[in-house]
Design a protein around this ligand. Structure first.
Ligand code: CUA
Length: 357
């Protein structure tokens, strides 16, 4: 292979050493700063996905190092020399069949191996390991919170007010869908991410291996409050998980009583509106929508004599929407539980809305 230039093999040796150091770092070094928990994985599949990452970091890193290194080397070795005429033609190099064979064969082989490894991991996440059935939970994306459902629990758990809970060491299947737009359920420390698509149920299978509290993030842009669509996941021993679930069941059985509207104050309602409602509603005419309609004159708007529920705009009927949420052609609003509204909060909000005559 003549014409490769002086020092070609020395440069090749240097690039090989850099690639080996890179490989050593990703295989044996501390990479927790880019892959939190890589030495102490949160779930079984975390191992596998980190393995794929390391494979790509080692071989992709080597390709990056060789290509960049040779580009720099050849730019220097074949630079225009002082005294050469401006129209001098550089060395013409073509046809190096041995090189061309290897730079085609090696990446092809790496891609085939990577495909095989990825399919194995995908299968595990998609279908779980063996026939072990543990807990099946459901995650439903809403603008802008996650709803979690558990077997035997009649009410839902909402990410705005409560964390999702999962038992340690139990194979978990999480079914994921959305009620409105496309969201994405992502737990970075487990390395698992799945799109929440309306009308489609997808799933993730994994076994939690480490207890703790982890972030849940929506990673698909879904509207004005996408950046606030986050929650927590608590992984805890089975006994603690069962205790929590039993508590939720008891609370659901106790149920929420009727809201008493007397005693609500407009001032408290106004402050609460800024916190809880202003992301989706503004105090403006009905047609000035953010996510939901404007709420000025909700009780005395001649153009809209009824609420979105079709009922007259009395305080009780407004309170019913706040309590139960709403779903219809105009949009979807979470219920009081999802919004973290107690009975007194509803009374205050209704007093405020009623004062906007
Ligand atoms: Cu939901 Cu972004």
């Amino acid at each position: 292979m003549k014409g490769l230039g002086p020092g070609f093999w020395s440069v090749t040796l240097l690039l090989t050493v850099i690639s080996l150091v890179n490989a050593w770092y990703f295989l044996f070094g501390s990479i927790d700063w880019i892959m939190p928990g890589s030495t102490n994985p949160v779930a079984n599949v975390t191992y596998d996905i980190d393995g794929l990452f390391k494979f790509m970091a080692v071989f992709g890193g080597a390709i990056c190092i060789y290509v960049t290194g040779y580009v720099i080397y050849f730019a220097i070795a074949y630079r225009a020399r002082a005294g050469e005429p401006p129209d001098a033609v550089g060395a013409a190099l073509h046809d190096a069949p041995t090189l061309e064979f290897w730079w085609t064969a090696l990446p092809t082989l790496l891609l085939i191996v990577l495909t095989g490894l990825s399919i194995v991991v995908w299968y595990k996440i998609q279908f779980g390991v063996g026939s072990a059935t543990g807990l099946t939970t459901e995650v439903i994306g809403h603008q802008f919170y996650f709803e979690f459902r558990y077997p035997g629990l009649k009410t839902s758990v909402f990410s705005k007010t409560e964390p999702m809970h999962l038992p340690l060491g139990v194979p978990v299947r999480v079914l994921i869908t959305s009620s409105d737009v496309i969201h994405q359920f992502w737990v970075p420390e487990i390395r698992l991410k799945q799109a929440a698509v309306p009308g489609l149920v997808q799933n993730l299978n994994f076994t939690p291996l480490r207890s703790g509290t982890f972030d849940i993030v929506c990673s698909e842009f879904c509207g004005v409050d996408h950046s606030k669509m986050q929650g927590k996941l608590i992984i805890e021993p089975v006994a603690a998980f069962n205790k929590w679930l039993d508590g939720e069941k008891q609370a659901a059985a106790a149920g929420g009583g009727a809201v008493v509207l007397t005693g609500g104050t407009a001032a408290a309602g106004k402050a609460l509106f800024a916190q809880k409602c202003a992301a989706c509603h503004q105090i403006a005419p009905f047609d000035q929508r953010l996510v939901g309609p404007g709420l000025l004159h909700i009780t005395d708007d001649p153009a809209h004599p009824t609420l979105v529920t079709g009922l007259t705009p009395t305080p009780d009927h407004i309170a019913a929407i706040l309590q139960n949420g709403f779903s219809g052609p105009i949009g979807t609003m979470p219920n009081a539980q999802a919004n973290g509204l107690a009975g007194q909060d509803i009374a205050n909000l209704v007093a405020y809305l009623d004062s906007l005559k």
